[in-house]
Design a protein around this ligand. Structure first.
Ligand SMILES: *[C@@H]1O[C@H](CO)[C@@H](O)[C@H](O)[C@H]1NC(C)=O
Ligand SMILES: *[C@@H]1O[C@H](CO)[C@@H](O)[C@H](O)[C@H]1NC(C)=O
Length: 334
């Protein structure tokens, strides 16, 4: 509406309170992107990123990682679901791994599952975080159908996340001799201290007619049940690795590693796979070229842009002599 159409009264009412913001009088900064500044900025980013990329790639290449998928080879029959659900069959299975390169301790042992959607909306919410930390928490419907045992007593820990706890076990032998897989400190400290209570003990857990996974020792508080804590930090993607333990002993090149697996966990019903992973670690974490390649790409792009601009600048020097020239040029065209 044109302000002149309003009478004096409403014009006064409509007048906004004076502030630099409403009057658009805030100080502005309009940096002048001269060729010098642009070229320097791109070169700096390039010079910084390329070495970081090379260092990350190098560190990633140093990591020795052995992956063995065992869900198929460990079930000798066609009816895989029937096999895994039959609790009377011995599910022991061994896989052999050869070590291509010296592996320095600590060697991380992971289990890797694929096609398991721990990020599913209803699965993720099927837990009660208060119950993990405090006694006698009243349960709502969040944990159903895994919230109360047959007699009505609450299940601790309740919900599908805990219920589906992974239950394959690994024993590692190097050249025939069993080495210890240390399962201490595999969970985050913050989870152990702040999310799982040290006076909360499992009860009524995995007592229903349908067993979802591992059972818990009822004399160990939740804050020490590290497998559970690791499992309950749900994965964001359907293929994930979780830490099983650490081997605190170096393994030499060409050693024979045998992993004796108790193949209990049912990924067959969901069409998922299982693998055991042994991996050394470095400052970059596990073996992953993505970060290195990303840094190299961005750095390389910046360097080539800087080079391109430099050449452009050399060729069209007179054009850029006057820093205002591009602006004036644009305005002339309007
Ligand atoms: C693994 O090696 C052991 C002996 O080192 C052998 O008895 C066993 O059959 C091998 N297992 C597989 C699956 O190759
Ligand atoms: C392991 O979990 C499966 C479900 O994935 C269950 O059927 C089986 O009884 C469990 N076995 C043991 C030994 O906990």
């Amino acid at each position: 509406m044109d302000p002149s159409e309003l009478d004096g009264e409403s014009r006064k009412i409509n007048k906004p309170k004076y502030s630099k913001f409403t009057q658009q009088e805030l100080p502005a900064c309009k940096p002048l992107l001269t060729p010098g500044i642009v070229i320097t900025a791109f070169s700096l980013i390039g010079v910084l990123f390329v070495p970081i990329g090379i260092a990350s790639l190098f560190a990633s290449q140093q990591i020795v990682e052995l992956v063995d998928r065992y869900d198929i080879s460990c079930v000798p029959v066609d009816d895989k679901i029937g096999f895994i659900q039959n609790s009377n069959i011995d599910k022991t299975c061994t896989v052999n791994l050869t070590v291509p390169k010296y592996m320095k301790s600590p060697i991380h042992v992971y289990y890797q599952i694929s096609n398991f959607y721990q990020n599913h909306r209803r699965y993720v919410k099927s837990r009660n975080d208060k119950q993990l930390l405090y006694k006698n928490v009243h349960l709502g419907i969040e944990c159903d159908p895994e919230s109360h045992a047959a007699g009505g007593a609450p299940i601790v820990p309740c919900g599908l996340v805990a219920w589906s706890l992974f239950n394959d076990t690994y024993t590692v032998k190097v050249n025939g001799e069993t080495v210890e897989v240390n399962k201490k400190d595999i969970a985050w400290k913050s989870d152990k201290n702040n999310k799982f209570g040290n006076d909360i003990y499992p009860s009524n857990f995995q007592k229903g007619s349908l067993i979802g996974g591992a059972k818990l020792n009822e004399s160990i508080p939740l804050s020490e049940q590290e497998d559970l804590i690791v499992w309950m930090r749900t994965a964001a993607l359907p293929t994930f690795r979780k830490l099983y333990g650490r081997i605190e002993k170096d393994i030499m090149a060409n050693d024979n590693i045998t992993v004796v697996i108790q193949n209990n966990y049912n990924t067959y019903s969901i069409g998922g796979s299982k693998a055991v992973v042994l991996s050394t670690a470095s400052w970059i974490g596990g073996r992953n070229n993505f970060i290195g390649i990303t840094y190299l790409t961005v750095g390389g792009l910046c360097l080539s842009l800087a080079l391109g601009f430099t050449i452009l600048y050399m060729v069209k020097r007179s054009y850029f002599q006057d820093p205002w020239r591009p602006l004036v040029h644009v305005m002339e065209q309007r």
